[in-house]
Design a protein around this ligand. Structure first.
Ligand SMILES: [Zn+2]
Length: 66
């Protein structure tokens, strides 16, 4: 991720809009997002050590309104 970016990596909120085809969430649901996204393809992910992922992406921007 390149700076600048919004602070915050522990996001929680309320679903305000649903995309086409989304079936597991509805408007008004209270949700929390995981703070990172492992690739599930590298050596560490395949060993179940997702926090060691070589390609992990961090989900910054939790201080954003949406
Ligand atoms: Zn990985």
């Amino acid at each position: 991720m390149e700076s600048p970016f919004l602070f915050g990596h522990e996001a929680a909120g309320i679903v305000v809009q649903i995309g086409e085809g989304v079936k597991n969430f509805k408007v008004g649901d209270r949700v929390v997002a995981h703070n990172s996204a492992p690739c599930n393809k590298c050596y560490y992910c395949k060993q179940g050590q997702h926090s060691m992922c070589e390609n992990i992406m961090f989900n910054f921007g939790a201080f954003a309104e949406y």
